[in-house]
Design a protein around this ligand. Structure first.
Ligand code: PLP
Length: 232
């Protein structure tokens, strides 16, 4: 199947998942995760209506930013090194992967220089996988409280990457846990924190994530097909 057919399928599944849990279809936004994919693939998705694209590498995001139309909302979903923050703060719509105060402070510094406010999500490693980035569930609330003090950084919600599993139902508890942390933070009424977004769910498990409250799902393979990583 081509990209258009894949997008039709993903959008239909998103609608069904929303209907199944009584949510309005426009509560959940699709991010087309285009990492490793060539420009023509992104152009096809763009022509079919996609405006939200997700990338996980700074250099690749910058290249694609230059070559693609300017009305795209770029989402940085990968681990971000502090020395690369300066390249992307004014190009990204939302950084999903903030997992430390030091990283947030670097974003603050670069955003202040450019006199902009940068929207971010705090990445939480709810499944406590050793191989994954993200703050712990225990530390998430205090990290949000600390980041909230930075005037040029705006916390918009939380993000998680669930484990790779055969049966997506196994990830339901992790999505529910992220939602619980999100609700706990809302109840704290922290100044400069706008808990609006829950970024959770990928190709294998986005329908489960939607029924647990996702507002952003990040789908790569399900839209663009399998990724090929060049052997180095
Ligand atoms: C690659 C990636 C995705 C998309 O994964 P698929 O399984 O291809 O849908 C989503 N989120 C993050 C953070 C990723 O790195």
């Amino acid at each position: 199947m081509g990209i258009r057919e894949n997008l039709d399928v993903v959008e239909a599944c998103m609608k069904n998942a929303c209907a199944a849990c009584g949510r309005a279809a426009d509560e959940v936004k699709l991010i087309a995760v285009s990492k490793t994919k060539p420009i023509p693939a992104l152009e096809e998705a763009y022509a079919y209506g996609c405006r939200d694209f997700g990338e996980n590498k700074v250099q690749e995001l910058m290249d694609k930013y230059e070559r693609m139309p300017k009305d795209i909302r770029w989402h940085m979903i990968g681990h971000l090194q502090r020395n690369k923050v300066k390249y992307i703060v004014d190009k990204v719509f939302l950084i999903h992967s903030v997992d430390s105060l030091r990283l947030a402070q670097e974003i603050e510094k670069e955003a202040a220089k450019k006199e902009i406010t940068v929207n971010i999500l705090v990445e939480v490693n709810v499944a406590e996988e050793e191989s994954k980035f993200g703050t712990t569930a225990q530390e998430a609330v205090s990290l949000v409280e600390q980041i909230a003090k930075l005037p040029h950084v705006r916390v918009k919600g939380l993000m998680t990457i669930a484990p790779y599993v055969e049966d997506s139902e196994q990830n339901r508890r992790y999505f529910a846990k992220l939602k619980q942390i999100y609700v706990d933070i809302i109840h704290k009424n922290i100044d400069n924190v706008f808990m609006e977004e829950l970024s959770m769910g990928m190709t294998g498990d986005y329908e489960v994530a939607i029924t647990e409250g996702a507002t952003y799902v990040r789908v790569g393979t399900g839209i663009f097909g399998e990724r090929e990583y060049a052997a180095i």
